[in-house]
Design a protein around this ligand. Structure first.
Ligand code: APR
Length: 247
């Protein structure tokens, strides 16, 4: 067994209160592309043109065309992978308490995790820009875009666009979880987007051990992480959970 996997198993076994921060990397093995790097959505579409609140206000139909084509069809058909399932098993073993995710795909909940903080909101719900009424995305008729509310207002994903603030409850609950954990798994995030990238720093400042899982190094690797396990989330988390179950 890889030394770092063994170390992570020992650290998890000893930990009392584990939290996780996840990013797009954990959903790549479910067929959802990342935002950055090879095959990243932002390599093909300028985020300021398609994912900034000003762009949505300026031309909702243009943003919706991309959202539908690139997000809805992919997210609707995506299934949890071994990475998501492994974190759910850790919750079932009462090892992991809270997952803070930057992802809007709902795959942690689909895998069985019950305490998931959706830091950047969700794509599972749409919200009216006029009256704030919410609609389940899968029930929204998108034959005409932008889709509209009963009040006539335009619907938008209940996700955080660039230029918007993090929902207050998600912000303070994440801070609480980060400050209160003694081990944080940081899985599949490039850790370049703020304020999400601050969450492992808060955990570290409060004495937590930071275990990073990513095939690549990130700005956290040399500064904040105790160690980085270089590999895909599905395989690495699967190895860790399998070893933990044998203990
Ligand atoms: N398993 C784990 N991590 C992986 C895998 C894998 N199989 N494949 C790639 N990665 C890593 C990449 O090395 C990269 O560090 O996943 C990370 C994906 O980074 P981003 O695409 O930047 O995603 P993320 O960090 O979640 O982006 C943060 O930016 O665009 C906004 O709101 C959006 O929530 C998103 C935020």
């Amino acid at each position: 067994m890889d030394d770092l996997i063994r170390r992570a198993v020992e650290d998890l076994a000893a930990a009392k209160n584990v939290a996780a921060l996840t990013g797009a990397g954990i959903s790549i093995e479910s067929g959802i592309p990342p935002f950055r790097g090879k095959g990243g959505i932002w390599e093909r579409f300028d985020p300021m043109e398609f994912a900034h609140i000003d762009a949505l206000m300026r031309d909702p139909a243009k943003v919706w065309r991309i959202l539908v084509k690139e997000m809805k069809e992919i997210v609707d058909s995506a299934k949890p992978n071994d990475g998501h399932k492994g974190l759910a098993k850790l919750e079932a073993r009462d090892k992991i308490k809270t997952i803070i995710t930057q992802n809007i795909d709902g795959l942690h909940q689909a895998a069985g995790n019950t305490d998931v903080i959706e830091y950047h909101g969700t794509f599972a719900w749409q919200r009216c820009m006029d009256c704030n009424q919410k609609y389940e995305t899968r029930k929204v008729d998108i034959s005409e875009i932008p889709p509209r509310c009963e009040c006539g207002g335009i619907l938008r994903p209940d996700a955080v666009f660039f230029g918007e603030v993090i929902p207050a409850e998600a912000m303070w609950r994440s801070r609480q979880a980060a400050a209160g954990c003694d081990l944080m798994l940081v899985v599949g995030t490039s850790a370049v987007v703020q304020p999400a990238a601050m969450i492992p720093v808060i955990a570290k400042d409060n004495g937590a051990r930071i275990v990073e899982i990513n095939p690549e190094r990130t700005p956290l690797t040399d500064e904040i992480s105790d160690y980085l396990i270089m590999g895909g989330a599905g395989e690495v988390i699967n190895q860790i959970v399998t070893a933990l179950e044998k203990m």
